[in-house]
Design a protein around this ligand. Structure first.
Ligand SMILES: [Zn+2]
Length: 339
C-alpha cells in the first residue's frame, strides 16, 4: 500500500500502474463521510432508522441482497478525481449535489434489499419483476410518463429495480415536490406506492442486517490503467451509419471552399464545449459523446470537409447533429447499466 501522503505527488503514469488495492483511501474523515451523514439525515427525516453501509469500490453500485452500496474510489481523494476527469472527461458524483442524487438512488436499492421489498406482489405488479436479468443495454423512451426522471439517460427505464430506486430517490429528496411535478403522470402511482412504503417502514429495523461488501477496493488487484481501459470500452459508442449525409449539411468537401477553415479544426477547437453541452442535454456520458466527436473529426478529415457557413451558423448546427446522432445511438441500445 502506498503511503497516503504520496498520492498527491504521483504522476498520471505512476498512478495508472498502481493497483486499486494499493491506493491508500478511506471514507472516514473525507467529504464522503459528511455526504453519507447527510443521506442518513434525509432518511431519518422520513422516520427511517435504516442506514445503508458504504464502502469504496470501482463504481457506484448496490449488490443483490446487500443493504448498502459501493462508492467509486475516485471520490475519496482530489488527486483521483483529477485523474478520473482526465481519463473519462467527467467525474460522476463529483459535486455534492450530484453525489447526493446518486446516493439517494443507491439508498433505494439498499432499502429494497434491507426489507426484501422486491418480494412483494404489489412491487412486482407496479415496477415489473426485479429478478429479471439486467440487460446489456436498454432503449429509453424519452417521452414516457410511466417513469420518474432523476438520474440521466432516463435511467428508471433500464430495469424494474432501477425504476424502484429512482422512484425512491425522488420521494426522499428534501423539498421534493413530486406530487405536483408528476401530476397526471402514470408514474405518480409508483411515487405514491413508495411514499406509502416509507411510512410503513418508519421506525422499523431491517430484516436483512448484513454488512457484506462486494468488490471492496482492498480486494481489487487490477491496475488503474486496466480499470480505465475497461471503463472506456464500456462507454464506447457505435457510430450510426448515415452520418456522412448529416455532416454534408454542415460542412462542404467542394474545392471552391478550400480557403475556409477545415471542419477538423472547427470541431477540435469546440470539442470540450460541445461534449459538455450535448452530454448535459442528453444525459449520455461525456466520454461517449467525445467518442462520437472523435469519429466526426476523423470522418471530416477523410472527406476533406470545410466549414463554409458562418461560424455562428456552424456553431448552432453541430450540437444539433451531435444530439440527433446520440439519440439514434441511444435507440440502437445504450448501456449505462452501472448504477
Ligand atoms: Zn441503480
Amino acid at each position: 500500500m502506498l503511503p497516503a501522503e504520496d498520492l498527491g505527488r504521483l504522476t498520471d503514469e505512476q498512478l495508472l500502474g498502481t493497483r486499486l488495492c494499493d491506493l491508500p483511501l478511506g471514507i472516514e474523515g473525507t467529504h464522503l463521510e459528511r455526504r453519507v451523514a447527510r443521506l442518513d439525515e434525509e432518511l431519518a427525516a422520513r422516520g427511517l432508522c435504516f442506514k445503508p453501509h458504504v464502502w469504496l469500490s470501482e463504481e457506484w453500485f448496490s449488490p443483490d441482497e446487500v443493504p448498502g452500496f459501493a462508492i467509486p474510489f475516485y471520490l475519496a481523494h482530489p488527486r483521483l478525481s483529477k485523474l478520473e476527469r482526465k481519463q473519462m472527461l467527467e467525474v460522476e458524483g463529483g459535486t455534492e449535489k450530484e453525489c447526493l442524487r446518486i446516493m439517494r438512488h443507491e439508498a433505494g436499492h439498499a432499502i429494497d434489499n434491507a426489507f426484501h421489498l422486491y418480494r412483494r406482489r404489489s412491487y412486482r405488479d407496479l415496477f415489473g419483476s426485479p429478478r429479471l436479468p439486467y440487460p446489456n443495454w436498454y432503449k429509453p423512451e424519452p417521452n414516457s410518463r410511466d417513469y420518474v426522471l432523476h438520474l440521466p439517460a432516463w435511467y428508471a427505464q433500464a430495469h424494474p429495480a432501477e425504476d424502484f430506486a429512482e422512484t425512491f430517490a425522488v420521494v426522499i429528496a428534501p423539498g421534493s415536490r413530486w406530487r405536483r411535478q408528476y401530476e397526471g403522470w402514470p408514474a405518480l402511482r409508483k411515487l405514491k406506492y413508495v411514499d406509502g412504503i416509507i411510512r410503513e417502514l418508519a421506525g422499523k429495523s431491517p430484516k436483512n442486517e448484513s454488512r457484506d461488501t462486494v468488490d471492496d477496493l482492498s480486494e481489487l488487484t487490477t491496475t488503474l490503467g486496466e480499470h480505465y481501459r475497461n471503463k472506456r470500452n464500456y462507454y464506447a459508442f457505435l457510430w450510426p451509419p448515415d452520418y456522412d449525409r448529416d455532416l454534408a449539411r454542415i460542412f462542404s468537401p467542394e474545392p471552391r471552399h478550400k480557403s475556409m477553415p477545415s471542419a477538423v479544426s472547427f470541431l477540435r477547437r469546440l470539442r470540450r464545449e460541445l461534449c459538455n453541452e450535448v452530454a448535459e442535454g442528453t444525459g449520455v456520458h461525456n466520454y461517449a459523446i467525445d467518442q462520437m466527436l472523435t469519429q466526426m473529426i476523423n470522418r471530416s478529415r477523410e472527406l476533406k470537409l470545410r466549414a463554409h457557413l458562418t461560424p455562428e451558423h456552424t456553431r448552432q448546427k453541430v450540437p444539433v447533429l451531435l444530439t440527433v446522432q446520440t439519440m439514434n445511438g441511444i435507440h440502437s441500445g445504450y448501456h449505462r447499466i452501472a448504477l
